[in-house]
Design a protein. Structure first.
Length: 54
């Protein structure tokens, strides 16, 4: 994946889900977000939104 705007689905171990939008200005920020979500037991499903050019 690359930088840009994404629709994220955050899934907890008990099956609850929340959708949100996120803008990642660079790959380091994206990786940090994913790492922190995993530390909290969340699964992150990323869906790219069209026109993700920066």
């Amino acid at each position: 994946m690359t930088v840009g705007v994404y629709e994220l689905t955050l899934r907890a171990p008990d099956g609850r889900e929340r959708r949100t939008l996120a803008w990642f200005p660079n790959e380091q920020v994206r990786q940090d977000y994913l790492r922190r979500a995993a530390q909290r037991g969340l699964e992150v499903i990323e869906n790219s939104i069209d026109n993700n050019s920066v």
